[in-house]
Design a protein around this ligand. Structure first.
Ligand SMILES: Cc1cc2nc3c(=O)[nH]c(=O)nc-3n(C[C@H](O)[C@H](O)[C@H](O)COP(=O)(O)O)c2cc1C
Length: 226
């Protein structure tokens, strides 16, 4: 097979969060190749603190049903707090604007609470993806360093997916049910759930297939010192 290799810039620019997947699983060999690439992420003192549970097939369907039940029962058990209202400006505005763009892309009206609840539930159905990875980490101090290592791992994995025409979406929502996930997967309490990633082949017929998030200008992030 003569597969053309995309440039690094193509991979970085093409990666985006996909929220509609085809059910076709990724062949195990390719999946292992991508997970091996993710292992090359840097980490503090090369501790490699990522503990990753990859769930597929029947187990993923079972887990989805358990998570939807937990959501409906409002049984939230977060290892790491997350409240969008905590963001100060300018991040607060970005949160609101991203939400608005996303719901518009899906055709969900502002006051439509029922459809919005369905969008949250779709997170727990893994957006139809054939695989989900749950990213756990050991509790160390305030966890900021370890979490940043796991973030680097996650992005490397997402880029590995993008390089092969696959896609994924990191999901804080999956971390809202840490106890439920730990119990379902037999994960010890010592490992804390940062977030999950649903991944697979994107579904080009999905309503949000063409939805893309832009980026702020460089001047808003970078301060030059010379
Ligand atoms: C740690 C993390 C958690 C996220 N949680 C969710 C989530 O729960 N549900 C979701 O649909 N998207 C989630 N996202 C995706 C972001 O909305 C997305 O990355 C952002 O809007 C930028 O868009 P892009 O990834 O397409 O470039 C998350 C992203 C990150 C990095």
């Amino acid at each position: 097979m003569n597969r053309s290799v995309p440039s690094f810039q193509d991979v970085v620019r093409s990666r985006h969060s996909t929220r509609g997947f085809l059910p076709t699983p990724i062949p195990r060999g390719i999946l292992e190749e991508m997970l091996r690439e993710a292992q090359y992420a840097p980490s503090n003192c090369n501790t490699q603190p990522w503990n990753v549970h990859v769930v597929s097939g029947k187990k993923l369907q079972e887990l989805s049903a358990i998570l939807v039940d937990a959501l409906r029962a409002e049984h939230y058990t977060l290892d790491f707090s997350f409240d969008k209202n905590d963001y100060p400006e300018p991040y607060k505005t970005r949160v609101a604007e991203q939400g608005g763009r996303y719901y518009r892309a899906l055709g969900v009206a502002r006051g439509d609470a029922l459809s919005r609840a369905e969008v949250v539930e779709r997170n727990l159905r893994f957006f139809g993806a054939p695989h989900a990875a749950f990213l756990f980490l050991p509790a160390v101090g305030d966890n900021v360093r370890v979490a940043s290592d796991v973030g680097m791992y996650a992005q490397t994995f997402l880029l590995s997916l993008a390089a092969r025409g696959y896609a994924g979406v990191p999901q804080a929502v999956l971390g809202y049910f840490a106890d439920t996930v730990r119990q379902a997967l037999g994960v010890p309490d010592e490992l804390k759930l940062l977030f999950g990633i649903s991944f697979g082949m994107p579904d080009s017929t999905h309503a949000a297939f063409n939805y893309r998030e832009d980026r702020i200008p460089l001047e808003e992030s970078i301060v030059w010192h010379e």
